[in-house]
Design a protein around this ligand. Structure first.
Ligand code: ARG
Length: 460
């Protein structure tokens, strides 16, 4: 037990299963660079307040740089007592520069503050990368919307044909959802990027450490002001899991639409080979596995969120080892998010559309509302117009013909206010172009949406 960091009052070693059960190094080694950056900032602050001499600080900094190189080059040799990334780095530092100086690094510091410093530094960079990827996904949607603005398709409610819309409008409906997620993500990053360093185990630092200076060196945007909160808090993990769950829910619905649209029955879109797979048994199959995984992995995100809530809800104040259980779900969650956004972007930028199929799926009945709107323009109250239009639909049904095959006489027979010009209601393009109020599916309204989305993804 002697060579353990906390071995002073322990006389026996750990049960081997306990050792492995307790260890977080297999996954928190991902934070090696952040852990070392945090240690250097801490040592520098302890030099500035007189705890370390210049020579001691220099030795620590150089030693830590070497430790970092070893990790980076995959040469770091893990020893049995390396419980987590903090103990591993400190143990190795002392081997390199000697225990006399190495043993001074941890003055006034606790792993409780270290672990959240590492996690926040790591997460900040990951979320910034995710922000970029998300912007690319939005940009890809917007570019397609611009290029394919002339394509019409059926818009659905209840998965029933509802009203004709532009394919671009469908694209932008999801891009808008993604842009709201982008807004939320930018909020989350702000609160992730606050420094807990200098808070100690729970009570604070006894050596007048300059927390502001350390935060600045590490690129944090501010401090966590209460030391007990700083080590107890995992809101930054929760917010990330919540955000990611919300995003995965959106991408899952997007994927579900495309799964439906790529089925043979719809045939609106065709996935590139790079994002589909075949069947080992049925040669004709081309499955949208990429989209199904996007839908499926959303469940994993929600699970991590619910799981961590259960883990943390009953903990007494400040640090408890249960908190270590926040690390693995976070790492897995970030991987799921990063992969998912890139896969979605790949799927979207490579799929091909079949405008003829989309057009063929439009049905005259989807224009029934146009008859009602037509009557409204002639001064008929909408409710009455809706009723008359309903009778047109019923007549077509009874006659066993599509609505556009009814004669003008038949239409006039239902209501004399259906004049000669009523045939214009049967034009899909016209129906779409009439929806020109802000946010609608007319060309000008779609272009306006494109402009607004372009603003949210403009590089600043
Ligand atoms: N590895 C731990 C974690 O991830 C940090 C260590 C704090 N441990 C402690 N016994 N105070 O939460």
């Amino acid at each position: 037990a002697e060579n353990m960091l906390w071995g002073g009052r322990f006389t026996q070693g750990l049960d081997p299963i306990m050792e492995q059960y307790n260890a977080s190094l297999p996954y928190d080694r991902i934070f090696y660079a952040q852990d070392i950056a945090g240690s250097i900032a801490f040592a520098r602050a302890n030099f500035n307040n007189g705890v370390l001499t210049q020579d001691e600080f220099n030795a620590i900094e150089e030693g830590l740089e070497q430790v970092k190189q070893e990790w980076a080059q995959n040469e770091f040799e893990i020893k049995p007592n390396d419980e987590d990334i903090h103990t591993a780095n400190e143990r190795r530092l002392s081997e390199i520069i000697g225990k006399e100086i190495g043993g001074k690094l941890h003055t006034g510091r606790s792993r409780n503050e270290q672990v959240v410093t590492d996690m926040r530094l790591w997460l900040r960079e990951e979320l910034r990368q995710i922000e970029k990827w998300l912007m690319t996904l939005i940009k890809t949607s917007v570019q397609r919307a611009e290029a394919e603005i002339d394509v019409l398709m059926p818009g659905y409610t209840h998965l029933q044909k509802a009203q004709p819309v532009r394919w671009s409008h469908w694209l932008l409906s999801h891009a808008t959802a993604f842009s709201l997620e982008l807004e939320r993500l930018r909020e989350v990053i702000k609160r992730v990027n606050r420094s807990p360093l200098g808070c100690g185990a729970l009570a604070g630092n006894p050596f007048k450490i300059d927390r502001e200076a350390m935060a600045k060196e590490l690129g944090f945007d501010g401090l966590l002001y209460n030391s007990m909160n700083a080590v107890a808090d995992r809101d930054f993990v929760f917010e990330t899991l919540q955000w990611g769950s919300s995003f995965m829910m959106k991408i899952s619905r997007w994927a579900e639409d495309l799964i439906i649209y790529s089925s043979l029955e719809f045939g609106f879109v065709r996935l590139a080979d790079a994002y589909s797979t075949g069947s080992s048994l049925m040669p004709q199959k081309k499955n949208a596995d990429s989209l199904e995984l996007l839908r499926g992995k959303s469940g994993r995100a929600f699970g991590h969120m619910a799981g961590l809530y259960c883990t943390i809800k009953g903990l007494p104040t400040t640090y408890n080892k249960d908190l270590q259980e926040s690390v693995e779900p976070l790492i897995d969650h970030i991987k799921t998010l990063g992969d998912s956004i890139q896969i979605a972007t790949g799927v979207l930028s490579t799929l091909t559309i079949n405008p003829e199929k989309m057009l063929a799926a439009l049905a005259p009945e989807m224009l029934a509302t146009e008859f009602a709107d037509y009557l409204v323009r002639k001064g008929v109250p909408f409710r009455e117009g809706h009723h008359i239009s309903g009778r047109v639909v019923a007549l077509a049904e009874n006659e066993g013909v599509p609505m556009d095959k009814l004669s003008l006489e038949q239409l006039k027979g239902i209501d004399s206010r259906l004049g000669d010009d009523v045939v214009e209601c049967l034009d899909y393009e016209r129906a779409v172009e009439l929806k020109d109020a802000m946010g609608g599916t007319s060309k000008s309204a779609v272009r306006q949406q494109i402009e607004m989305l372009n603003k949210t993804i403009a590089e600043d």
